[in-house]
Structure formats: C-alpha cells, structure tokens
Design a protein around this ligand. Structure first.
Ligand code: EPU
Length: 309
C-alpha cells in the first residue's frame, strides 16, 4: 500500500465526516478558483489538527495547511496530497486585563474580521486597521498583513505554533522577524503552523472604536472592489512612492480582462473574479501587469498572493 493510500484510509476511518476527496479548492479560496485537492480535511478540534499534521508529515505525504484561502492562487490542476483547513476549529477568544492593556488570545482559524468585531464590541482599540482584511488570523500573521494604518506586527505579542518537530511551542514577539508583508521563520520550510496568537490591545471608549471602524470600512468600500471575489491586493507595494495599484493603473491596465478574471476598474492592485474565472486567467493577468510595469517604469512587482502549483 502506498503512503498516500495509508493516509487516505487512516483519515477516512478516524475523521470520517471531516474528510473529503477530490475537493474543489475553489470552495476554499476567496478568489473562488482552484482545482481539486486529493484529500481535504477540516478538523473541528485543535488536538485533531495537530495529530493530522504530525501523521501526514511523518508519512512524507505532501501537506498544505490553509486558513481562509484569501491569499492563495491555487492551480486549476489542484493539489496532490493532503490539504488541512483550520477554519472549522472551535473558535476560542479570551481576554486578560492588566490595567489599560488587554491581551486577547485567539485561535488561528478565526477570521481576522471576527477578531476586529470582538475588539469593537468590547471597546478595545488597536485592531481596526485590520478591518476588511480577508482570511484568518493565522494567514494574516504569517504574511504580516496590513493596511495604511497598521500591520499585524504592531499588535501581536506572541504565538503558539506547532514546530517542525511536531511540538507546540510558545514564541515571544521578540523572536519573530516581521517585515513588510512577511514573517520570517529563519529558513524553516514550510514554516511552523500557527495555532494561537496573543494581541495587545488598549481599553478605550466603545463608541470611539466603533466610529473609527465605520470610517475605515466606508473608505475601503469606496476605493476597493469589496463585493467581488478577490484575494485583496495582488502585489506588494514596491515602495511608498510607487504603490502597485497606481503603477498598474498608469500602465493602462485597469479593467483588462482574461476570461472572467479582471484587473479591477476600481483599484488596479486587485484582480477580481467576475464569474467563472480560472486560476490560469488570473495568473496571465499577474504576468501581464508585471511585464507592463517593468517595461514602463523598470520596477519589478512582487506578488503578495502565494501561487500554489
Ligand atoms: N491608486 C491609483 N490607481 C488605482 C489604485 C490606487 O492611482 O487603481 C493610487 C491611489 O490614488 C493612492 C495610491 O495609489 O494615491 C495608494 O492607493 P491606496 O490608498 O488604495 O492604497 P494601496 O497602497 O494600494 C494599501 C494596502 C491595502 C489596504 C490599503 C488601505 C498594500 C499592498 N495594500 O493599498 O491592503 O487595504 O492600503 O489601507 O499594502 C491587501 O493587502 O490585501 C490590501 C488590500
């Protein structure tokens, strides 16, 4: 029996209804694209997720751990091996007060937006910058997601991760190397899996936090294509003077289509799926934007989204 067959049998016997075969990944990405995963598993307990990750890793079967699929462009050919999604793990959020500071601990599979809502409801300042960032906390931290008003590194104080040896470990913020849209695991490939994160927020007036949130969301609705499937911004900003959206816009690519994929006519650093786009359509637009911006401005655009082939 091959390793993958053994894993298939073990998962079906042990995790029954949490396991699916040939699962279309378009159901699990915010682009709504991506071919089938051989084996897809969505455990509801953290302990189960740890057991699955460790067992699959030891069997040398390819493994991809995903959160909300908001930063992934998955090939139309799908994914071989096992995909494990952390989004169905029972959501846990706890808050501990020390004077005016509140440490919020949240599970990695919780949506970033839900953590922002928790903060607003409890009058905690510090999280509003992340409103509208798609995906889960784990995904957002692993790429140091952010906006003009903040990034994950500003609020994260520590993580609980499953390291390469299959052991849960606490990591202090001082040992995390964050940079622009990046969390560096110092050569570990793939990086450890984030299971929980601590955020340092500040007690504030609930109305003030709520009003600020409304303004941020309103600004986002006006400038970004929030109602169509996308992966947020496609490219990193090369530098503050040259935001990717502006460069792609100046290169004349706003509204450009390939199949049902389109460079948004609202914000050129978004590619939207207008119906039945394929990942290959999106990839073509990515390559086109990179080519035109290089020709016109001699600037190389680097993707913020991760391409999984
Ligand atoms: N611009 C254009 N044309 C466009 C889009 C933008 O000329 O089609 C210009 C704008 O007028 C503005 C400048 O480019 O002068 C920057 O645009 P914007 O204010 O929209 O910000 P951004 O740098 O494009 C960043 C984050 C967004 C975040 C916004 C708002 C990156 C790569 N993007 O966008 O994050 O929502 O600020 O805070 O850092 C994401 O990471 O997924 C994301 C969407």
């Amino acid at each position: 029996m091959t390793d993958i067959t053994k894993i298939k049998n073990w998962l079906s016997e042990t995790y029954k209804e949490s396991v699916r075969f040939d699962e279309p990944m378009r159901r699990h990405t915010t682009f709504r694209t991506g071919g089938p995963a051989d084996i897809f598993v969505q455990p509801s307990e953290k302990t189960d997720a740890i057991e699955i990750i460790n067992t699959v890793s030891q069997a040398s079967v390819p493994l991809l751990v995903i959160g909300g699929g908001s930063n992934l462009l998955i090939s139309d050919n799908g994914i071989r091996g096992v995909v494990i999604s952390l989004t169905e793990i029972r959501p846990e959020i706890t808050a501990t007060e020390t004077g005016n500071t509140v440490t919020v601990t949240a599970g990695a599979g919780i949506k970033t937006h839900d953590l922002c809502r928790f903060a607003i409801k409890n009058g905690l300042a510090g999280m509003n910058f992340a409103l509208g960032i798609p995906g889960t906390i784990g995904g957002a931290i692993s790429m140091n997601a952010g906006t003009a008003t903040g990034e994950m590194k500003d609020v994260v104080t520590g993580l609980t991760v499953l390291n390469g040896s299959g052991v849960l470990k606490n990591i202090d913020k001082n040992d995390l190397i964050f940079s622009y849209r990046k969390l560096d695991w110092q050569g570990a490939e793939p990086g450890p899996v984030i299971f929980d994160a601590d955020f340092r927020l500040t007690k504030s007036d609930p109305k003030a936090v709520g009003d600020e949130a409304d303004k941020i969301l309103e600004r986002r609705r006006k400038s970004q294509p929030v109602s169509l499937p996308s992966a947020g911004c496609i490219f990193k900003n090369p530098d503050p003077e040259n935001p990717a959206g502006k460069l792609i816009d100046l290169a004349g690519l706003k509204g450009m289509r390939k199949g049902d994929a389109q460079i948004s006519d609202r914000h050129a650093n978004f590619i939207v799926n207008r119906g039945n786009a394929k990942s290959s359509d999106i990839e073509e637009l990515i390559l086109l934007a990179q080519k035109r911006v290089l020709e016109r401005f001699n600037i190389r655009l680097e993707t913020e989204v991760k391409i999984v082939e």
